[in-house]
Each structure stands twice: as structure tokens, then as C-alpha cells.
Design a protein around this ligand. Structure first.
Ligand code: GRF
Length: 224
């Protein structure tokens, strides 16, 4: 690969995903480079934790700010880093269509999100709670490209994890979080091999989905 793929991390909270990504890239991904971390919460834990990585931190508090004005500021502040990919790692804000189109001129958005459910199940902010309350036998994690909807973009990778009968909500969530970290590392392995690998994964998931739809359609005709 000629030059490294330049990444901006976006986070809002304690930052376990952001730290996991930073650690993994430093040790294993020679073709990836984190240019900055963007945080929209003034006192978020991630700001402190990321210090050991020597990554520039851009803090732009979003509280009380108009969405578009905030996004303009973010784009302006990261412009000089010439970022190729944005990895959302617990960034608790929905990005507007205008942000997406300004950031990415390519066919696929180069913005990735991690979500703690097997999407399209449980989009939104209470995925762990819903899976636990419904006593699902397993739940899972999704890494997907970001579109203008809430957790609706094309799926890149998914991984299941079990819910044990004896699980407290915290134990269930902890198992989920370590699956989040594993899945982000798997995504980074693919991205490290080149952007086309990500497009291939998206195509594969789309094909699998349409096969499943075809199968269930023909099953329902058989049953009629
Ligand atoms: C994670 O569960 C992520 O899936 C969700 O927000 C949480 C962030 O955790 N979007 P952390 O800040 O990365 O530890």
C-alpha cells in the first residue's frame, strides 16, 4: 500500500472502544494511522485515557449547540488531517445527511459505527437493555457503514454472544462489550488489508440477506 489509511476516531464517553482501536492499530495495523480523536463531551473519560497514545484530541462540546453548526465546527477542525475514514466508537450523536455528504464523496460512506445488537434488531440507545429484558438466548454486535438513519446503514460484520441464565445485566453487558472490542479488531484487520475488503464484506452481507429473503419467500409460497 502506498500510503496509510488515515482515521479519525469519534467518541463521547468512557472510550473503551476508542482505546481498544488505538492499541490494536499501534500493535498490528501497519497500514492504518489514527490522525485525531474527536470528542463532543467536555469531561468524557476517553480524553484522559487516550493521552498515552499521542493522538491529537479535538474536543467540541455539542451540548446546547445546533446540530449543523456543531458538525461544521467538527469538519473544519479535522480538515487539516485529511482523514479517509471516521470510526465511531461510542459517539452518541446521529450524524446529519449534510455531514455525511460533505465528508464522503464516494459511493460508500467511509464512516463506520459499532452497535450492540444484531441489527436490524434493537436500533437506538437501549439495545443491551432490550435484549436483556426480552431474555433473548443470545444477542450480538454489528459494525456497519453509517447512513442518514439511526443504525440503518449497510452491515459490514456481525458477531453473536450468548446470554446465560444466571447473567446479571452487568455480566451480560460486559460480555457484549468484550465482543464489541473483538469485532472492531476484526474490522481493523480487514481495513488494514485495503478499503476494497470492506466493500466486499458489505456486498457479501447484502447477498446473504437477499438469499435469506428469497429462501423465506419461497418457504412462505410452499406453505400457502
Ligand atoms: C458501546 O456499547 C457502543 O456500542 C455504544 O456505546 C458504548 C460505548 O462504550 N454505541 P465505550 O465508550 O466505547 O466504552
Amino acid at each position: 500500500m502506498d500510503s496509510k489509511i488515515k482515521i479519525a476516531l469519534f467518541a463521547s464517553g468512557r472510550g473503551s472502544n476508542a482505546i481498544n482501536i488505538a492499541k490494536y492499530i499501534r500493535a498490528n495495523c501497519a497500514n492504518l494511522e489514527i490522525k485525531c480523536l474527536v470528542c463532543n463531551v467536555q469531561d468524557a473519560g476517553v480524553i484522559d485515557y487516550i493521552k498515552e497514545f499521542d493522538i491529537p484530541v479535538v474536543v467540541i462540546p455539542s451540548k446546547g449547540m445546533d446540530r449543523l453548526a456543531h458538525e461544521e465546527l467538527v469538519l473544519e477542525s479535522i480538515k487539516s488531517y485529511e482523514v479517509d475514514w471516521i470510526l465511531l466508537a461510542g459517539y452518541m450523536r446521529v450524524l446529519s445527511e449534510s455531514f455525511l455528504s460533505k465528508f464522503s464523496n464516494t459511493i460508500i460512506s467511509k464512516i463506520v459505527n459499532i452497535h450492540p445488537s444484531l441489527l436490524p434488531l434493537y436500533p437506538g440507545t437501549s439495545a443491551y437493555e432490550q435484549a436483556y429484558e426480552n431474555q433473548d438466548l443470545y444477542s450480538g454486535i454489528t459494525i456497519h457503514l453509517v447512513d442518514a438513519g439511526v443504525d440503518t446503514g449497510p452491515i459490514i460484520l456481525q458477531r453473536k454472544f450468548p446470554r446465560m441464565d444466571s447473567d446479571s445485566f452487568d455480566q451480560f453487558k460486559r460480555r457484549g462489550l468484550s465482543t464489541e472490542h473483538e469485532l472492531y479488531r476484526e474490522f481493523l484487520n480487514y481495513l488494514n488489508k485495503g478499503e476494497q475488503r470492506i466493500t466486499q464484506l458489505v456486498d457479501l452481507t447484502l447477498k446473504e440477506k437477499s438469499n435469506e429473503e428469497l429462501k423465506s419467500r419461497s418457504l412462505s409460497t410452499e406453505l400457502r
